[in-house]
Design a protein around this ligand. Sequence first.
Ligand SMILES: O=C(CO)COP(=O)(O)O
Length: 124
Amino acid sequence: MADDRAIALIAHDQKKAEMADFAARHVEILQRHKLVATGTTGGRILEVCPDLNLTRLKSGPLGGDQQIGALIATGEISMLIFFTDPLTPLPHDVDVKALTRLATVYDVPMALNRATAELLIDKI
Ligand SMILES: O=C(CO)COP(=O)(O)O
């Protein structure tokens, strides 16, 4: 059965270049899937991979993390790839925590760094 759920892609500012590089390296896999991303991350990914089926939501600090959390709660996300930056304070830290919490609650595969994302991407 085809999986109609989306893969969620998010990166904090210091990790956006890494996310764009990750997407470019795995574009053949990603183009087989529906994708959602927070606003700025999605824009950076589409700069390097313009043909992806990617929906940009709000920017993280303006509610994008919460939008992805809501999609997790409604069963619409198959995997969360979230390159977090643990070295920079974030105004929306509570949203980040809420999102990773929901991914855990709903048992959604979640990669919080590139090494884990590289392992997960080969499983889809
Ligand atoms: O802040 C983010 C996740 O917490 C990411 O949001 P942007 O992709 O809009 O920068």
